[in-house]
Design a protein around this ligand. Structure first.
Ligand code: KIV
Ligand code: NA
Length: 262
């Protein structure tokens, strides 16, 4: 049975953790899908791990569309989320819809965009017109130049309160999932409790409804892997075994451990 947004919401309701990995091509999609990954994220992290750029900013919509089509071709069960790349959705809800429609036509089941209150109108515009949206708050890699680096977000009380308010507003606007990136574990827990939609954490502690990792960090392939990631290939003898170990660790709550959180 294919994973749908309803499946993911039911998983959160019964307390089953959602295992998410990034994926960029059909061969990996086949392995990850068979290993029980619930959601494949065609992340704009491909700008760093596939294209070798220092950030996600150079990634083009045509490139996201191409990789989404590749992943969809190798997937039977998993739910596919594709990132709207930098510049493709910020100017207006109409521009966002046009870009999202291309990702959906390429095989995505949902699109993801970065931003809090400023994206509420766009989330409502897309979801009312039939395109599911995953919001993304906390560290926003597309805003790295504004943020001054890849740093933990929401450490101060005012910023933490703003993040909770943003998450509530995004849910009310129709977001179906929300990624929490590099926020203190206690704040991620507070956001998760405040919402009914599943929260997907990365560098956000163990109390989210699910977890996501960049595939190439899980495989130990990326030289600048962040502190919150873990090499699951070490100690196993295949990519499928490493993926199964990751899925099992997410489901039983052993990943992320305290050393992967802030
Ligand atoms: O692009 C990506 O890989 C992401 C995850 C880090 C959530 O957005
Ligand atoms: Na991304």
């Amino acid at each position: 049975m294919s994973v749908t947004l309803s499946t993911l919401k039911a998983m959160r309701e019964r307390g089953e953790k959602i295992a998410v990995l990034t994926c960029y091509d059909a061969s990996f999609a086949r392995v990850l899908d068979a290993a029980g990954v619930d959601v494949l994220l065609v992340g704009d992290s491909l700008g760093m791990v596939i294209q070798g750029h220092a950030s996600t900013l150079p990634v083009k919509l045509a490139e996201m569309t191409y990789h989404t089509r590749c992943v969809a071709a190798g997937t039977e069960r998993a739910f596919i989320v594709a990132d709207l790349p930098f510049g493709s959705y910020q100017p207006s809800p109409e521009r966002a819809f046009a870009a999202a429609a291309r990702l959906m036509a390429a095989g995505a089941h949902m699109v993801k965009l970065e931003g809090g209150a400023v994206m509420v109108e766009t989330v409502a515009f897309l979801t009312r017109r039939g395109i599911p949206v995953c919001a993304h708050v906390g560290l926003l890699p597309q805003s790295v130049n504004q943020l001054g680096g890849y740093r933990v977000q929401g450490r101060e009380d005012a910023a933490a309160a703003q993040l909770v308010a943003d998450a509530r507003a995004l849910e009310a606007a129709g977001a179906g999932l929300i990624v929490l990136e590099m926020v203190p574990a206690a704040l991620a827990k507070a956001v998760t409790t405040a919402l009914t939609i599943p929260t997907i954490g990365i560098g956000a502690g163990a109390d989210c409804a699910g977890q996501v990792l960049v595939l190439y960090d899980l495989l130990g392939l990326y030289p600048r892997a962040p502190k919150f990631s873990k090499n699951f290939l070490a100690g196993t003898d295949s990519i499928e075994a490493a993926t199964r170990a990751y899925v099992a660790a997410v489901k039983d709550g052993s990943f992320p451990a305290a050393e992967h959180a802030f």
